[in-house]
Design a protein around this ligand. Structure first.
Ligand code: F58
Length: 807
């Protein structure tokens, strides 16, 4: 949009007056934020309505991305950027004596996601709008987002995240678009006179799903898409149940219903089998599909053509009930026959798998499922019956094989099996991950449906993770290669030609230094720790999980500490190790690792013998906003998961885009990062995929042998239990037990030796400033392929079959 400074000032003053009956000069920064936010919403709304109308008028095929999480991050800055008015607004505010930065800092970061999966959904939303793909998000408007983390005495403490405490300026409640979702009751098939069967569902509980819409503004392209999040509410009581009402019942009912959209499950890579979770899943899926079908019918198209106008994407298995729910709507409400409904459903649905870890794969106990969703269970039963017929025709009497692949088996409903059978496309999120799905976890399904399987490597939006997070680097890019990369991130490769240019190298180094100084100031303010901006910033930020191996990093630091104590003149470049990570509240071992890292920090940071060669910082409450501060200041990007375990990873991409050098195992998208930057520009270590699979298949790993034969490992592990590290009596024992008595499930000790060598190599590379800056530039200029703009275009053409409206 185009607006002059003067016009903006007038609008802003007028809005302030309207909202608060106050002049700008008397306003608080809070008022300024809400004034600006509401004004932005007004600016956006015209384009929003126009986009929605355009999609309907031209009968565009629309994508609906169904996801139980959307981890958006703050929206003010990104909306200003995408509208193309951020500089004008910033200048105008400055003229009025106000600071845009301070105003932006008032916004709460809506934490409606756990980690990578939720953040990916948000990057996709930004990229779809910016690439002109008619895309919508569909999810839950949780009242409480992911818990706030405090570190007290080194331990994680969780506090509720009441992000809706103040007004949310970005959402619009659409009461007129509310729908009802049915739970519980009895469902059966009643024979009709003509011999056919009629589905009956009685005595159900009804929940009102009220949508809240948020605009998703495309980057300078007049496209504004919609994110629809559903809120669970009590329906208005009608006459027919009036007689039953009594105060307690109403209150109980209200509590139960509202709890559906009350809180985000704080779990990463683990399936929680509780009924409330299944309620959440069916709630947003049913509401979303009802509104899609209603809209489709409104626009006058025949339902038999639904799949030509609508693509529903199932983000991991949490929205898997979309498959039977669409069948229900088409058959029970629209009178369609099974065969046609199934054809439409399969052609509408596509599914992404985000994990290879079996404990994360969703399966529901039949009894629980049947009780909560009786009609949906009947439909899944029929899907399963027909699927078993297909399997029988293929495998004959091999009952084992049929049970292995069935949707309902062993007392459970298996959601991944339902997704694969009920979709036309199944994709993994990085090349290695997709290959592992095909050859290991989902091998049988790949044999059955090879044409459904494909890879779509994840991506990140360069608008948030480079343009907004690293303005200085963005300016340097504009000065050197022009600004085409802002629209076409693949043009970042033009920057490569400066990799040996001493002047540009110096500028890249200086920008990194400036970002490090800012982060150092934040660390001082939050943790009271003074870190040296000239030290190497080595960063490990992501969810805390054993497979992500923060423990390997911490054990290496402990090893370095021992080296220093043993040899007071031990030579090393000063290093600042930065961690940030939330652990799932019930994940005991992950929390013990947090305590261990904090204890290590406390001891090493305060040991004068270390002479500031090592500093450790654990920043609490990792979030999108914090990541935006940390990543541009990072130099070493720790991506050290056990090979085969990290489906893709996305922070690895954000780091490289900001010039950090990756220290990695050949896992997830690290493999593709290596392909892009080449061996000289990344440091790889650790077990190969083959070695890991071989151990899993044939056994033979013995962590105790390593403990007994490698003196460094012994010294490090013994110091966990012998009181050398203070304050971890329990945690130290448990970590020791996990690594030695329980044989180190994630091969921490197996990779220890090569990790030590890789760390050393990193340090040597860093010493040579020319080499390091060259590596940094190579990483920045190779990062364009990891823009989610590229990824969503691949989804659009390869899976959703949607037209690109405008670029
Ligand atoms: C992540 N999964 C993968 N799950 O671990 C990561 O490798 C990948 O890059 C990312 O997805 C995007 O594809 C992940 O974040 C969750 O957080 C689930 C949330 C709901 C409960 C189960 C885990």
């Amino acid at each position: 949009m185009i607006i002059t400074k003067e016009q903006f000032k007038k609008d802003f003053e007028k809005k302030m007056l309207k909202l608060y009956a106050q002049e700008v000069e008397d306003s608080t920064v809070h008022m300024q934020y809400f004034t600006l936010g509401y004004l932005m919403k007004e600016y956006i709304s015209e384009g929003w309505a126009r986009t929605t109308n355009r999609y309907t008028k031209y009968g565009e095929k629309q994508v609906y991305y169904f996801s139980i999480e959307f981890l958006l991050g703050r929206l003010l800055a990104s909306n200003l950027l995408n509208l193309g008015i951020r500089n004008t607004v910033s200048d105008a505010l400055k003229d009025m004596g106000l600071s845009l930065k301070e105003i932006e800092d008032v916004e709460v970061d809506p934490g409606l996601g756990n980690g990578g999966l939720g953040r990916l959904a948000a990057c996709f939303m930004d990229s779809m709008a910016s690439s002109g793909i008619p895309g919508n998000g569909n999810g839950i408007r949780y009242k409480y987002g992911l818990f706030q983390q405090k570190i007290v005495d080194g331990y994680q403490v969780e506090l509720p995240e009441n992000w809706l405490r103040d007004d949310n300026v970005w959402e619009i409640r659409k009461s007129d678009k509310a729908v009802k979702v049915r739970f519980y009751g009895d469902a059966w098939m009643k024979p009709k006179e003509d011999g056919s069967l009629e589905p009956i569902h009685t005595d159900f509980q009804e929940v009102l799903a009220v949508p809240y819409d948020t605009a998703l503004v495309g980057y300078e392209n007049k496209t504004v898409n919609t994110l629809r999040l559903w809120n669970a509410e009590v329906p208005n009581y009608t006459d027919d149940i009036q007689g039953e009402l009594n105060f307690n019942k109403v209150l109980l009912n209200k509590r139960e219903i509202e709890s559906i959209s009350e809180v985000l499950y704080p779990d990463d890579s683990h399936h929680d089998g509780r009924v409330l979770r299944l309620k959440q899943e069916y709630f947003f899926v049913s509401a979303g599909l009802q509104s899609i079908v209603a809209q489709h019918k409104d626009s006058g198209h025949s339902l038999s053509e639904l799949h030509n106008y609508v693509a529903v994407h199932i983000n991991d298995t949490h929205p898997a009930v979309a498959i039977p729910e669409l069948m229900r709507i088409l058959m029970d409400e629209e009178g369609m026959e099974w065969a046609e409904a199934w054809h439409i459903t399969q052609n509408t649905m596509s599914y992404t798998n985000h994990t290879i870890m079996s404990e994360a794969l969703e399966k529901w106990q039949i009894d629980l499922f049947k009780e909560l969703l009786p009609r949906i269970y009947l439909i899944i039963g029929e899907i399963d019956r027909r699927f078993r017929e297909i399997l029988s025709s293929k495998f004959g009497e091999d009952q084992n094989q049929i049970e292995k692949m069935a949707i309902i088996s062993g007392g459970y409903v298996r959601m991944a099996h339902l997704c694969i059978h009920g979709s036309h496309s199944v994709n993994g999120v990085a090349k290695l991950h997709t290959e592992l799905l095909k050859s290991q976890e989902l091998r049988d399904f790949y044999m059955l449906y090879p044409y459904k399987f494909n890879n779509k490597t994840n991506g990140i939006t360069h608008r948030r993770w480079l343009m907004l997070a690293n303005p200085e680097l963005s300016n340097l890019l504009d000065e050197t290669i022009g600004n085409s990369w802002r629209r076409n991130p693949q043009d970042l490769k033009l920057f490569k030609k400066y990799k040996r240019d001493p002047e540009i190298q110096k500028k890249v180094e200086q920008i990194k230094k400036n970002n490090k100084e800012k982060l150092a100031a934040y660390i001082k303010e939050k943790n009271g720790i003074i870190v040296d901006p000239n030290s190497i910033f080595d960063v490990h930020v992501k969810r805390l999980h054993a497979y992500k191996r923060q423990l390997l990093n911490a054990l290496h630091i402990l090893h370095q500490y021992h080296e220093i104590l043993e040899n007071p003149n031990f030579e090393m470049l000063p290093k600042t190790y930065i961690f940030a990570a939330k652990a799932a509240p019930g994940y005991y071992f992950a929390k013990e690792i947090i305590k261990f890292i904090n204890a290590l920090a406390e001891q090493i940071n305060n040991d004068p013998r270390v002479k500031d060669r090592i500093k450790i910082v654990f920043l609490e409450n990792y979030s999108v906003t914090l990541a935006e501060q940390i990543i541009p200041a990072s130099e070493v990007s720790e991506q050290i998961s056990t090979t085969t375990k990290e489906a893709s990873g996305t922070s690895n991409m954000k780091f490289m885009m900001n010039g950090a050098v990756t220290l990695a195992t050949l896992d997830g998208a690290n493999v593709e990062i290596l392909e892009e930057v080449g061996h000289p520009n990344i440091v790889i270590f650790g077990m190969t995929e083959k070695e890991v699979l071989n151990y899993y298949r044939n056994g033979g790993y013995n962590s105790r042998e390593i403990y007994e034969s490698d003196a460094r490992v012994k010294r490090v592990l013994d110091s966990l239990t012998n009181g050398f590290i203070k304050g971890i009596q329990v945690e130290g024992q448990d970590i020791f037990k996990n690594l030695i008595d329980y044989n180190d499930e994630f091969f921490v000790l197996k990779d220890f030796d090569s990790y030590v060598a890789a760390q050393k190599k990193m340090e040597d590379l860093y010493r040579d400033r020319f080499t390091w800056n060259k590596m940094s530039i190579e990483n920045i200029s190779s990062s364009g392929v990891f823009s989610s703009d590229v990824t969503v275009m691949q989804y659009a053409s390869g899976i959703w079959d949607t037209r690109i409206i405008e670029r």
